[in-house]
Design a binder for this molecule. Structure first.
Ligand SMILES: Nc1ncnc2c1ncn2[C@@H]1O[C@H](COP(=O)(O)OP(=O)(O)O)[C@@H](O)[C@H]1O
Ligand SMILES: [Mg+2]
Length: 237
């Protein structure tokens, strides 16, 4: 199993967060102070979908039932009202499983203009019982009125230091001991190439493999960690 899967966070606590603002804002959702739709935006692989999937559990304090919407399938006003307008009401006033709220998660929101207008009303009607969580790589393209109704939260790139303790834990699971300063070098070299945490986990996986099967290092001693070739950061996404 790839590290991106094997070590995908299982709870929100395991998500490496690169900003206190993000942490505090998520806390507001967890303790019920913010009910507005949440739009998580930022670069590829920073953890938007991961957070969107794990936040409902954190709010409920137990595994939550989530409805997933494919926003790309909403092309028109009637596409939206068909799903939400009922009958039969797709979304009920009462939550299932005695949950505090219902959860609708939609990744890569990219509504057409008409669908977005229909969505504004839906969001207003449902705010009291339903938590919307959207993710996007392109916040500028999200309907301005939907943005206005929502908390828009950037999920920023994470630093090597932020990653250190989780990366050490991962290496420990793999039976590998590496001093912090050496691990920090591996992490920062990779983060200079790409801010994607998915790519970082792939790099860690390669690293573990190279420690286990040193290509030209029969003694098995870690001599120097190969660093990836820097590439044009614009291409790195
Ligand atoms: N902040 C993070 N902390 C820990 N792992 C992460 C983080 N962000 C991403 N990952 C890893 O990368 C994978 C892809 O992340 P994902 O949430 O899909 O990124 P995005 O939606 O921002 O493109 C996850 O399955 C997880 O393994
Ligand atoms: Mg995503």
């Amino acid at each position: 199993m790839s590290f991106a899967l094997k070590y995908a966070p299982k709870t929100l606590d395991e998500v490496v967060l690169g900003s206190i603002t993000l942490k505090n804002k998520l806390a507001e959702y967890i303790n019920g102070r913010d009910l507005k739709p949440l739009i998580l935006y930022g670069g590829v692989g920073t953890g938007k979908t991961t957070i969107a999937n794990l936040l409902p559990d954190a709010i409920e304090g137990r595994p939550a039932e989530i409805t997933r919407l494919k926003a790309v399938e909403f092309g028109s006003f009637s596409d939206v009202t068909e799903v939400f307008g009922g009958p039969p009401m797709f979304y009920k006033l009462f939550t299932t499983n005695d949950q505090k709220r219902s959860y609708i998660v939609s990744n890569e929101i990219n509504f057409t203009q008409k669908a977005a207008i229909a969505f504004r009303d839906i969001v207003d009607d449902m705010i009291s019982h339903t938590q919307f969580i959207f993710t996007t790589n392109y916040i500028d393209q999200v309907d301005i009125a939907l943005r206005d109704r929502s908390s828009c939260l950037v999920v920023p790139p994470v630093s090597a230091k932020d990653w250190l303790s989780r990366a050490q834990w991962i290496l420990q699971q793999e039976g590998i001991v590496l001093p912090d300063d050496q691990l920090l070098k591996v992490l920062s070299a990779q983060l200079q190439v790409s801010s994607s945490n998915r790519k970082l986990l792939e790099r860690l996986e390669d690293f573990v493999r190279s420690v286990r099967n040193p290509p030209s290092n029969p003694g098995g001693v870690i001599v120097e960690v190969p660093t990836p070739e820097p590439i044009n950061p614009l291409m790195a996404a």
